[in-house]
Design a protein around this ligand. Structure first.
Ligand SMILES: N[C@@H](CCC(=O)N[C@@H](CS)C(=O)NCC(=O)O)C(=O)O
Length: 230
């Protein structure tokens, strides 16, 4: 049994997608980041970085509970645990890790900032929009080229696709025209049609729609950077 500490956001979705794909049993523990649950002392013992997602595998290495945070590390952990969605041959494994890191180090942070400056910044800061939407478009071009050469990011369907899909699913939030990236569009349709991806993205989905955060949510999400709440 896996305890999943979660809120329905792109980084969150990655983990239930993988749990569904692997047929692993899991129990969802909502961490309402709009209300500041990510700062609770009990949760900080699970994720010292006060963000979702995190897991506790009750049956971890050596039969002991194992705690993991950072969505990419969680996907890798689950892939190694189940021997699924990462090839066992070294080159295929490293290809998958490369595209997983590409998501973690590029797609997540840049798309995240793009969405922030477009949708949440209290004032319109054109420099920030141009900087991060420009990077977002560049990353779409990188993915489009890659996906013109291979079916999925690392060749076969893998944890790299599971990490990337939830961010590409919300292209409208980043004001990206998906038709301009036909190979990404083809890939997005293929990944999005998988029953486990649909099920993973649906976990707690009705709780949060992307949109205007209220004052409390704004405080918890964006005003805490300069205040140590831990
Ligand atoms: N690199 C981290 C990023 C996690 C992350 O940014 N999570 C966001 C939701 S998508 C969060 O928990 N935000 C709450 C906060 O910043 O207080 C991962 O991939 O796990």
């Amino acid at each position: 049994m896996i305890d999943l500490y979660y809120w329905p956001t792109p980084n969150g979705h990655k983990v239930p997608i993988m749990l569904e794909e692997c047929g692993l049993e899991y129990e969802v523990h909502p961490i309402n980041m709009l209300k500041g649950d990510q700062f609770d002392e009990a949760y900080l013992k699970i994720n010292p970085n006060n963000k979702i997602p995190a897991i506790v595998d009750r049956d971890g290495p050596g039969g002991q509970p194992y705690t993991a945070f950072e969505s990419g590390a969680i996907l890798l952990y689950l892939a190694d645990k189940t021997k699924k969605f990462i090839p066992s041959d070294p080159a295929g494994r490293y290809d998958t890790i490369q595209w997983l890191f590409f998501q973690m180090a590029n797609v997540g942070p840049m798309f995240g900032q793009c969405g922030h400056f477009l949708q949440y910044a209290p004032e319109r800061i054109q420099y920030g929009i141009d900087r991060y939407q420009g990077e977002t478009k560049r990353l779409y071009r990188v993915m489009d080229k890659r996906l013109g050469e291979v079916e999925y990011l690392a060749g076969d369907y893998s944890i790299a696709d599971m990490a990337t899909y939830p961010w590409v699913k919300i292209n409208h939030f980043h004001e990206i025209e998906i038709d301009e990236y036909p190979n990404v569009k083809r890939w997005r349709e293929a990944v999005g049609a998988r029953p486990s991806v649909v099920a993973g993205c649906a976990v707690l989905e009705d709780i949060m729609k992307l949109g205007d955060p209220d004052d409390e949510a704004f405080e918890n999400l964006f005003k805490n950077q300069n205040v140590d709440r831990r």
